[in-house]
Every structure is written in structure tokens, then in C-alpha cells.
Design a protein around this ligand. Structure first.
Ligand code: NAD
Ligand code: LMR
Length: 325
């Protein structure tokens, strides 16, 4: 039996976590042979609900779950943690952009960054989910300088999965046949879903759909899908977000599918001309518990222009949180 991995999940009493935690516990994130200890962090007023979630987790009698810890103390939650799923944050409502949440949510990530710096494993793998996810990850990284900075990432896998669905639907293809989807940039309306390199059954996807659709419908539909779910549901996406978090962390830890790549927002190393350090979504291949940005893709001028717009938005978001860095 492997040693248990300590997984810290913030916002554990919230919507996303009600879908997420049970799937981690069943082995869908780290594998069916990997025991876990679940540290659930909540704010004090939500502790009672969080205790109820822990009761239900225990009532499932998951063989892989070695302990469930409920706490409102971040230092307890992150002590020696190897994985941090940073979900706890306010969601947006109708008519808001994700960056409108910065004033409320940014400070959560500066204070948790400091605690993580003090008590977590130095190689903790972090996935920031709370919005605006890229800038919150940037804030966390700035406040956790002793943590392996490569390992501070944000979630754009939901956008990646949404893009695969839209393309499969439009082209009448099977989801499983769609490979090498790309999301560039910010998890915001400026994100750049890009099918230039995507394959359907090994053939170029761009040849299977109308070019006008790809530019004028596909990109905005994916970029605005979060708002469309909020409009339809009255609350932001939860089960699909949880599913994307599992996909992100599973692929990072266990490897992405051979012959494919996935999208992750990671600290830029300057690839594709993006300013170093910005948390920017790239196509990545995951292997041996690490990720590598896919290099040398020939990006069209149209996509490059959009990538720069998304980078500019990230710089503007960063400028609004200079007091938290
Ligand atoms: P929710 O309101 O249902 O749950 C959030 C939980 O976080 C609440 O229980 C709250 O008490 C808790 N919380 C608040 N501050 C906290 C703190 N400092 N420490 C620990 N817990 C804290 O919201 P949700 O629907 O679960 O969404 C959570 C976040 O995820 C939102 O910001 C939402 O916009 C974002 N989101 C991101 C993506 C993505 O793809 N990146 C997708 C969906 C949702
Ligand atoms: C999403 O993409 O569904 C989330 O970021 C929630 C939102 O505010 O759109």
C-alpha cells in the first residue's frame, strides 16, 4: 500500500467541492491505488456545513480515505500538504466579469500564499480555481516565494473541455477523437480557444469546420460559456468545474494521454513571447509528475493578436493588485 497523500481543499463546503471531494475520495484524481488524507478548509461560519460534508465522506466508507480533517485554520489545513486545490472564493453573479471579484478574492490568495509558504511541502502542487483564477495564482505565488513556483498553476481545463465539446458537436465527431485542443491566456472572456493544431481522428480539425464559425462563433461561445451557465442555472458551474479540477491534477500527477496535450495556466517562462511569470494558459504535455509547455507551434497572426490581448488583460489585473504582491 502506498503512503497517503495529503490533499488540502479550500472552500470545502461550497458547490464545486460537493462534486469534487467524493470523486477525489474514490480515486479518480490520484489513482485507485493511492490513499489520501483530505484536509478541508473553510471559513468559520461554514464549518458546520463542512462537518456535514465530512460526515458524508465518511459514510461512503471509501477505502482510499485515511483521514478527513475539517478546520478553519489555514496553518492546520496546509501543514505538509502535497496538493492544494484552491477553490474557496466568492463566485460571480449575472452581469459580472470574473475580474470584478479581485477586490474580494485577491486577499484570500495573499493570506493563504503566506501560510502555504510557511507550512506546506515545498513542492506542493497548487491548482487555483477561485476567480479570477490566473491573477489569484499570481498573487499566491508572490506571497509564497519558498514554494516551487512552477507548481503554482490555475485552472483552464474547464475551458479546454468546453472547447472539445463545441468542436465535436459542430463537426459531428466523437469527443474521444478530438486531440490537441488549446486554450491560450487568461480564464476570462479574452481567453483564446484555438483549433489551429487540433486533430480529429488524426486529421486537421480546421479543415472539418467553417473558418468563420471557428473565429466568430467557437471562440466567443467557449469564452462566454461560464456566463451562459450562470444565466441558465442562477449559479456558476460546479460539477463541470469539479471534473476539470480532477482532469488537471490527474494529468499533472499521472501524465497526459500519449499523442495528446492539455491546457493549463502555468507561470510563463517567456514561451510564445508572453511576459515571464504571468500565469498564462498554454498547451502542455504532462509526464513523470511534471509538465512541459508545447513549443514551436506556428501561431497565426489572428491568434497571436488575441493572445496579446489576453496577456495585456493579465498585466492590467496584476496592476490592480499591486498592494497584495
Ligand atoms: P461557493 O460559494 O459555492 O463556495 C465557495 C466556498 O468558499 C464557500 O463555502 C465559502 O465559505 C468558502 N470560502 C470563502 N473564503 C474562504 C477562505 N478564505 N478559505 C476557505 N474557504 C473560503 O462557490 P463555488 O461555486 O464552489 O465557486 C468557488 C470559486 O470557483 C468561485 O470563485 C468561482 O468563480 C470559481 N470557479 C472557477 C472555475 C474555473 O474554471 N477556474 C470554474 C467554476 C468556478
Ligand atoms: C466558469 O468558467 O464556469 C467559472 O469561471 C465560473 C464563472 O464565473 O464563469
Amino acid at each position: 500500500m502506498k503512503e497517503p497523500v495529503r490533499v488540502t481543499v479550500t472552500g470545502a463546503a461550497g458547490q464545486i467541492c460537493y462534486s469534487l471531494l467524493f470523486r477525489i475520495a474514490s480515486g479518480e484524481m490520484l489513482g485507485k491505488d493511492q490513499p489520501v488524507i483530505l484536509n478541508l478548509l473553510e471559513i468559520t461560519p461554514a464549518l458546520k456545513v463542512c462537518e456535514a460534508v465530512a460526515m458524508e465522506l465518511n459514510d461512503c466508507a471509501f477505502p482510499l480515505v485515511k483521514d478527513v480533517v475539517v478546520t478553519d485554520d489555514p496553518a492546520v489545513a496546509f501543514k505538509d500538504a502535497k496538493i492544494g486545490l484552491m477553490v474557496g472564493a466568492k463566485p460571480r453573479g449575472p452581469g459580472m466579469e470574473r475580474k470584478d471579484l479581485i477586490a474580494d478574492n485577491g486577499k484570500i490568495f495573499s493570506s493563504l500564499g503566506k501560510v502555504i509558504d510557511d507550512v506546506a511541502d515545498k513542492d506542493i502542487r497548487i491548482c487555483v480555481v477561485g476567480n479570477p483564477a490566473n491573477t489569484n495564482a499570481y498573487i499566491l505565488a508572490a506571497n509564497a516565494p519558498s514554494i516551487n513556483q512552477r507548481n503554482i498553476t490555475a485552472l483552464t481545463r474547464l475551458d479546454h473541455n468546453r472547447a472539445i465539446y463545441q468542436l465535436a458537436e459542430k463537426s459531428g465527431s466523437d469527443i474521444a477523437d478530438v486531440k490537441k485542443m488549446t486554450i491560450w491566456g487568461n480564464h476570462s472572456v479574452t481567453q483564446v480557444p484555438d483549433i489551429s493544431f487540433t486533430e480529429i481522428n488524426g486529421a486537421n480539425a480546421a479543415d472539418k469546420v467553417d473558418a468563420t464559425w471557428a473565429k466568430e462563433e467557437f471562440i466567443p461561445t467557449v469564452a462566454k460559456r461560464g456566463a451562459a451557465v450562470i444565466a441558465a442555472r442562477g449559479a456558476s458551474s460546479a460539477a463541470s468545474a469539479a471534473n476539470a479540477i480532477l482532469d488537471h491534477m490527474r494529468d499533472w500527477c499521472l501524465g497526459s494521454e500519449s499523442g495528446d496535450w492539455v491546457s493549463m495556466a502555468v507561470p510563463s517562462d517567456g514561451s510564445y513571447g508572453v511576459e515571464k511569470g504571468l500565469i498564462y494558459s498554454y498547451p502542455v504535455v504532462c509526464k513523470d509528475g511534471d509538465y512541459e509547455i508545447v513549443q514551436a507551434l506556428e501561431v497565426s497572426d489572428f491568434i497571436k493578436g488575441k493572445m496579446v490581448e489576453s496577456e495585456t488583460e493579465l498585466k492590467e489585473e496584476r496592476d490592480t493588485v499591486s498592494d497584495l504582491l
